[in-house]
Write a protein that binds this ligand. Structure first.
Ligand SMILES: Cc1cc2nc3c(=O)[nH]c(=O)nc-3n(C[C@H](O)[C@H](O)[C@H](O)COP(=O)(O)OP(=O)(O)OC[C@H]3O[C@@H](n4cnc5c(N)ncnc54)[C@H](O)[C@@H]3O)c2cc1C
Length: 486
């Protein structure tokens, strides 16, 4: 009786009233009670649910990009870590591929698994401990939750992305870059311990001192070796205030020079920057976006922070907000875009790193022909990072001390596949020029990539990648949407 109840709970939606008992390895399809006369491998008993309803399948076959759509056979909403262990083993047995999906905010099918099983990490959302110098959270917890619960006890993650409704597991699988990267590296450089399920279905705890080989490759490992189910992340004391400085430049060379100076001197707690439309007909201009974090009674010294910069002082904008308000700064824009529907349009993002020595030339060339129509008025990010701050092994960067993050956060009109295709093709064209300039990509974006491209991308790290894949995911079960081993 219990078992029958459990099965109904585990897998629902194949057809009204149909209860799925297992997987037919010969026909490679789910087996319902009505057709349970052939070979059958029963679904393991789960604490959560394995569902096959259309809504769940369609959601798992989509992401923030709305460009690539690959339907899985089922979606697991895990009720426990053990559910993930069981489903990975089950999938491996049946040569089904598995991908964990966080908030689905990558934009080119990276979290999808064609005819496989997508694990929706949103049900794995417990904050286990937060305080002192660390937080231990499930992979599906969002950074928003970590910030809010951290603020309540006066601590914060050292590095935050620009948008906080991303899952901890999702950004730790790709990197996690932000305005504090200049000081603290990526989010993956601030992880103390992980609990993961490997491609063989083994539940393993890893850290810099325990199973360190696995720890090294899981961080920014694009989900290729293991699924992150829990993470302990470093936390630091949280300031209460942020003073924000927007400095404007018409000249790219002056802009990058001042950006590099600020990076080298580490004057600000947060340092990013953007290419913004120019009011005149010159096309584009540049904006340093920097923030000094503080807790009163101490306060930033504006004169010292801005000394020697070549921006136009009459156009500087200085504003005040709370530290938490700053981390949630794009919330009003997101709400506005959601209200307009634009948030749900296709997003063929181009997200790369340019070596500092080539930044003026490469970015200048891109901008010389770029119009607002080419980005759909999406923002263009352009700011420096010190490559030495980034320790992650599987995060290739230009081979220079400084690289510029360059992101065309494109938005395409809905129902216009031709424009989407043109933007994706343009990403590829720009990427090929970037490689010649010694640049690298960030995996989150929309650039068509072959296995050869991945090999070139990882360069000397390709051996580590393939060895680790053979070791931890020998049957190539995990995360096919990245397209590295498919
Ligand atoms: C509005 C917006 C702003 C952004 N800003 C930034 C930014 O400032 N800095 C930055 O670095 N990035 C930024 N990103 C990109 C973002 O970090 C990545 O897209 C990230 O992967 C999103 O997290 P997610 O939870 O949505 O992951 P998903 O898109 O769901 O997954 C990403 C990849 O990781 C895998 N994965 C997910 N969870 C796990 C897990 N627990 N274990 C193993 N593999 C897993 C997936 O299979 C997939 O391959 C932004 C994205 C958006 C949409």
């Amino acid at each position: 009786m219990l078992q029958a109840f459990a099965r109904r709970k585990f897998l629902s939606g194949l057809a009204a009233g149909a209860v799925v008992l297992g997987f037919d390895p010969v026909r490679r399809s789910w087996v319902t009670e009505a057709h349970a006369n052939g070979p059958l491998d029963g679904i393991p008993s789960l604490d959560g649910m394995l569902v096959t309803d259309n809504t769940s399948i369609q959601e798992a076959a989509d992401d923030y990009g709305h460009i690539v759509h690959r339907s899985p056979r089922a979606v697991l909403r895990p009720g426990s870590i053990q559910d993930i262990v069981k489903i990975v083993k089950f999938a491996r047995r049946h040569r089904l591929q598995v991908a964990m999906r966080g908030q689905g905010h990558s934009n080119y099918g990276q979290a999808q698994a064609f005819q496989g099983v997508v694990i929706d990490s949103r049900t794995l959302d417990t904050v286990h401990q937060i305080g002192g110098n660390r937080a231990t959270v499930d992979a599906g917890v969002t950074w928003r939750t970590v910030i809010e619960q951290g603020a309540a006890v006066g601590i914060t993650p050292p590095v935050l992305t620009d948008y906080q409704d991303l899952s901890v597991g999702g950004t730790l699988s790709v990197g996690g870059l932000g305005g504090a990267t200049q000081h603290h590296g990526l989010q993956v450089d601030n992880v103390l311990e992980l609990t993961v399920v490997t491609g063989e279905g083994d539940l393993v705890t890893c850290s810099p001192t325990r199973n360190s080989d696995l720890f090294e490759v899981v961080l920014a490992g694009l989900g290729q070796f293991a699924i992150i189910v829990r993470a302990t992340i470093r936390m630091i004391p949280a300031p209460t205030q942020a003073r924000v400085y927007n400095l404007y430049y018409d000249d790219i060379a002056l802009y990058t020079k001042d950006q590099r100076r600020l990076l080298a001197e580490g004057r600000f707690g947060y340092l990013e920057g953007q290419v913004v439309p120019s009011a005149s007909d010159t096309g584009w201009r540049f904006m340093i976006e920097a923030a000094a974090y503080y807790t009163p009674p101490s306060a930033p010294n504006d004169a010292a922070l801005l000394a020697g910069l070549k921006d136009n002082p009459s156009e500087r904008v200085i504003s005040e907000t709370t530290y938490t308000g700053w981390q949630f700064r794009i919330d009003p824009t997101v709400e506005f875009l959601k209200a307009l529907g634009v948030w749900f349009f296709p997003h063929p993002w181009y997200s790369v790193f340019v070596p500092a020595s080539k930044a003026n030339e490469y970015v200048g060339n891109v901008l010389s022909t770029l119009t607002e129509a080419d980005t759909g008025q999406g923002p263009i990010l352009f700011y420096p990072i010190a490559t030495s701050k980034i320790g992650a092994s599987l995060y290739p960067l230009p081979n220079e001390p400084v690289a510029f993050a360059f992101n065309l956060l494109r938005t395409a009109p809905p129902d216009d596949p031709a424009t989407v295709a043109a933007m994706v093709a343009d990403n590829r064209r720009l990427y090929e020029k970037l490689v010649c300039a010694g640049g690298t990509r960030y995996s989150i974006g929309s650039i068509p990539f072959s296995r050869h491209d991945w090999q070139q991308h990882f360069g000397r790290r390709w051996g580590l990648l393939t060895r680790s894949k053979r070791h931890y995911d020998p049957d190539n079960v995990l995360t096919p949407g990245q397209g590295i081993f498919t």
